[in-house]
Design a protein. Structure first.
Lengths: 661, 305
């Protein structure tokens, strides 16, 4: 308790220190305070995970009608650890990132809001009272809103932050209703006294899905993500995309923990939303040319995978299939941790690239691996991990989800009464397709940015960032590897958290189920070790063979054409063109095409941009209609004082008549 | 769990895989009325490449070197999971076919990165096609394997292929098995860059898919690529042969003989396919691959009904 409290206190005080001035020392000091705070918070969380003893503390009762109680159980701890790690890494990165002239004038603001965002995230996942939770939630939304608004002089940034603010408040509105409904029965907003009986379960589930889903970025509530993530500074995007959207997942799991029994349709709803989000997210991600927009859409994909896994877990619970439930929830929680690690790494690396090469348009980058080897290597590792390729951590969680689905489908132990055909086709087929598409997306991102030759002049003079900026990406990369090496321990480590969400099996059977769940991961580790040894062995063989012979350097094969220019390379956009063409009805790319013409053609132009389908064809018309109808109300508001007095009198009259009996 | 059966199977695969290429080439030559290359030609090619020096493009980095190493080591590791005609493999765990499918993805990812690394338009184009077709093929493979898993009640490759037999093929589930076999055949042709998806014999860069991605590799790197491709052909061939000719018994040598006979037959059939049809237009290839997924889904529905 004290560790955690001090940690949050250090984060807040770091924010205060950040306001002290523009000197570098201030920046370093506030970052160190944040890192110390994160260290303490994560120690207290790891304590809870290791010992299995949760705590709960009532700080102050009755202030502002809320009992300010915080507590940490295994579920909170599973979220506190990645939040602390990512915040610490981003904070360390910001020492170098915010040092440039670009952010100098607004550095104090960024630092202050960043620390408040971090502290409020930690409070969101540990709050044990509805009103306190909503306050922390609101603090998180506002702090991140101001961070998105950092470069407010740009129209696009202002628009993005408005979209973000509106989305967050529409989501928060449904959360208010949700908590009031849950608290209605006992008259208290304490989580401990919430009972599922006081509200219709279906309504609670839908409200939670809308409210928390907006923060998490599931389709169709994802529209703010591709706008807000590219707008803010990169270390902020890393925190927002890596961990802030996961508080939505946390909220969903916390609400589920109030129920003992779940109907099967909840599982099916989550699975369908998850698959749609994952496919929609990855398809739009691979069509983007801006790296940060690509990463933002990819967050939609990963949140979709997490929601799908929760759905698999819920199906397991409602059909009393312990292995399926355990694998589903374990996969979901592990994917939360994994995505936090590699997504924040990718955003930090994007920040480094933007700082050095001056652009994030992948069609203007290329060949940066030679100039920025460490950032590039970290980016490669994270790309493999996020594409779900073995042996990295993304594959471990996806394997858990696959195994969960399979255990529900196959054999004598298959769940009874489960509709297996839709599960197999939607969940398994969808997940397989998402994996392949993610491979396209990230071979495009890594290959386009870091390999080949540089496509623009400004990227040509890019050089490696300072050690302050590349060390956090290295640390995150090492953690990604560590998670995958430790694959066999995760079912046991996350077991407590899974159990605090749902009772997945009959008491007494837990050890047996856990052994059954862990077995594949042990075999996975062994085979990955063999893979590594084979790779090293072949590398040694190749070296041996080449050592006695000369190795020549020459040009890339170009069919004998002598004057090859870098711009003639295949661009990232042309790389994904076949997919975009196949899915043109969904992606609706805006293409500008000017063909070379005349007897002596001089120039040609081709541009293709993919906007968001739902924003353009759903939200834009709806909000325009709202604005139009609101314009009608303006007539009531004419600025004449007599008219307002009349309104007041009418209101009082109406109230009196209503209450007259 | 290291068994003699597994070791013998692995050794045969490592030594015999290039022979399947010979089988395909001899068949094509026979149909065309030529004599064809010697049976051991793939081995001579490998030896020649291994003993050569290498030329690297100035554009390339260490990623270019990692590509062939990754694709070959993945192909070797995948063999550890591969049962031969019902005899269990060296490593087996529930759901290992997911790992196998994703390992093939890992090899592809690095091959594609190596292609990007050359900065060549040809290789970028090949990589773009390869990754696109593979993304469509992956669901077909996973759904097919899931169908087999549901059918046999096992979730590991060794378990699945150990339970398949003539009795399953002739049972009411037989049609589903044939659909799965068709689906896996498409994946086998696409993944091994065979006609009708890709033509391994083409000489025009613009029409190549897999070959163009490895244009700049030479010497030992190229040997690793060739060897890895032969192993991959062997792996997917065994997966396909195990469905259609499930001659499993308890005798190791009988199983191996059955597996080899199946492989030889498959090589012959592949040769016939390559001799008798032209490759599809590139725009038609996605439909061909999606059809494989649809077949797998039909099979799944039949089995789960």
């Amino acid at each position: 308790m004290w560790l955690f409290g001090t940690g949050v206190g250090l984060l807040v005080s770091g924010g205060g220190v950040g306001l002290l001035g523009r000197r570098r020392l201030v920046l370093i000091l506030s970052s160190l305070l944040a890192m110390a705070g994160c260290l303490l918070a994560s120690i207290s969380a790891i304590q809870v995970l290791v010992t299995g003893q949760s705590w709960e503390e009532r700080l102050a009762a009755g202030i502002l009608w809320a009992d300010w109680s915080v507590g940490m159980d295994a579920l909170s701890a599973v979220f506190v650890v990645p939040i602390s790690i990512v915040v610490a890494a981003a904070s360390w990165f910001s020492i170098g990132y915010l040092d440039g002239a670009h952010y100098l004038a607004r550095r104090a603001k960024i630092v202050c809001w960043f620390h408040l965002l971090a502290a409020s995230m930690l409070l969101v996942v540990t709050a044990r009272n509805g009103l306190f939770f909503l306050m922390a939630w609101e603090g998180m939304s506002l702090a991140s809103f101001f961070l998105v608004l950092t470069e407010h002089e740009r129209v696009a940034v202002r628009l993005a932050s408005w979209i973000y603010l509106i989305a967050m408040h529409l989501g928060a509105a449904s959360l208010w209703v949700l908590f009031l409904l849950l608290g209605r029965g006992t008259g208290s907003l304490d989580f401990a006294q919430f009972s599922a009986a006081s509200a219709p379960a279906g309504v609670v589930f839908v409200l939670a899905l809308v409210g928390f889903g907006t923060k998490a970025g599931i389709v169709p509530f994802h529209v703010w993500l591709p706008e807000a993530h590219p707008a803010g500074p990169s270390h902020v995007s890393a925190v927002m995309s890596g961990v802030m959207i996961k508080t939505g997942i946390y909220g969903l799991l916390r609400i589920l923990s109030f129920f003992d029994e779940v109907p099967a349709w909840w599982g099916w709803t989550l699975i369908s939303i998850g698959v749609v989000s994952a496919l929609f997210g990855i398809v739009f991600a691979l069509a983007q040319s801006d790296l940060k927009r690509l990463l933002a859409y990819c967050s939609v994909e990963n949140v979709g995978i997490i929601v799908l896994a929760i759905g698999v877990g819920l199906l397991g619970v409602s059909h009393r299939h312990a292995v399926m439930a355990l694998l589903g929830f374990t996969g979901a929680l592990l994917h939360v941790i994994n995505h936090a690690l590699y997504k924040s790494l990718l955003f930090l690396a994007a920040g480094s690239v933007q700082m050095r090469a001056g652009t994030l348009d992948m069609n203007r980058l290329g060949g940066l691996l030679r100039q920025m080897p460490i950032t590039g290597a970290a980016f490669l590792l994270a790309s493999c991990a996020i594409a779900g390729l073995p042996p990295l951590n993304g594959f471990v969680s996806e394997l858990a989800i696959f195994l969960g689905i399979l255990s529900g489908l196959v054999g004598g132990e298959a769940a009874t009464g489960l509709a297996r055909i839709p599960l197999a086709i939607v969940a398994l087929g969808g997940l397989a397709l998402v994996g392949g598409l993610a491979s396209i997306c990230f071979s495009k991102a890594f290959g386009g940015i870091f390999l080949g030759t540089t496509r623009s002049a400004e990227a040509e003079c890019a050089r490696e960032v300072s050690w302050v900026m590349y060390s956090p990406t290295v640390v995150l990369a090492v953690l990604c590897v560590a998670v995958s090496v430790a694959a066999p321990v995760w079912p046991a480590v996350l077991n407590g958290a899974v159990r605090s969400v749902m009772a997945v099996e009959e008491p007494g059977a837990s050890a047996e189920v856990l052994t059954q769940v862990t077995a594949p991961f042990t075999a996975l580790s062994v085979s990955m070790l063999i893979l590594l040894l084979t790779f090293v062995g072949l590398a040694w063989l190749r070296r041996r063979l080449l050592s006695s012979r000369g190795v020549e350097r020459s040009v890339t094969w170009d069919c004998g054409y002598a004057q090859s220019v870098p711009r003639a390379q295949y661009t990232p956009d042309s790389f994904v063109q076949p997919v975009v063409t196949l899915l043109r009805l969904l992606l609706r790319p805006t293409v500008t095409l000017r063909l070379p013409g005349g007897l002596f053609p001089t120039g040609a132009e081709y541009r293709s941009r993919v906007g968001d389908l739902l924003q353009q064809h759903l939200y834009r018309p709806v909000f325009l209609a709202l604005a139009w109808s609101a314009a009608g109300l303006r007539r009531l508001n004419q600025g004449r004082i007599q008219l307002y007095v009349l309104y007041i009198a009418l209101t009082i009259l109406t109230l009196l008549i209503w209450k007259m009996d | 769990m290291v068994t003699w059966t597994g070791i013998v199977q692995l050794t045969i695969a490592l030594l015999g895989a290039p022979l399947v290429l010979s089988m395909i080439n001899r068949t094509k030559a026979m149909v065309a009325g030529r004599h064809g290359q010697p049976w051991l030609q793939p081995y001579h090619d490998l030896r020649k490449l291994l003993w050569k020096s290498a030329v690297y493009s100035r554009t390339t980095t260490v990623v270019f070197v990692a590509g062939p190493l990754a694709s070959c080591s993945v192909a070797v590791v995948v063999l550890l999971f591969l049962p031969v005609a019902g005899s269990p493999a060296l490593i087996t765990f529930p759901g290992d076919f997911v790992l196998v499918a994703c390992l093939l993805g890992l090899a592809r990812f690095f091959t594609i990165c190596a292609a990007w690394d050359t900065g060549s338009s040809f290789e970028g184009m090949g990589a773009s096609r390869e990754v696109f077709f593979a993304a469509l093929g992956e669901p077909a493979l996973l759904l097919s394997m899931t169908t087999l898993a549901v059918l046999t009640g096992e979730t590991s490759l060794s378990g699945i292929y150990g339970s398949l037999g003539w009795s399953v093929l002739l049972s009411p589930a037989g049609p589903a098995l044939l659909l799965v076999a068709l689906s896996v055949l498409v994946v086998y042709l696409a993944e091994n860059s065979r006609i009708p998806v890709d033509d391994p014999n083409t000489h025009l860069e613009l029409t190549m898919i897999h070959e163009v991605m490895v244009l700049d590799h030479s010497g030992p790197d190229f040997a690793l690529i060739h060897y890895g491709a032969a192993l991959k052909l062997w792996t997917l061939g065994m997966l396909l042969g195990g469905i259609l000719a499930p001659l499993s018994s308890n005798g190791l040598w009988f199983n191996i003989a059955a597996g080899l006979a199946g492989m030889a037959l498959l090589g012959f059939v592949t040769g016939l396919i390559e001799s008798s049809m032209a490759r599809l237009r590139l725009l038609r290839v996605p439909q061909f691959l999606i059809a494989a997924s649809v077949l797998a889904i039909f099979a799944l529905v039949l089995v789960l009904r």
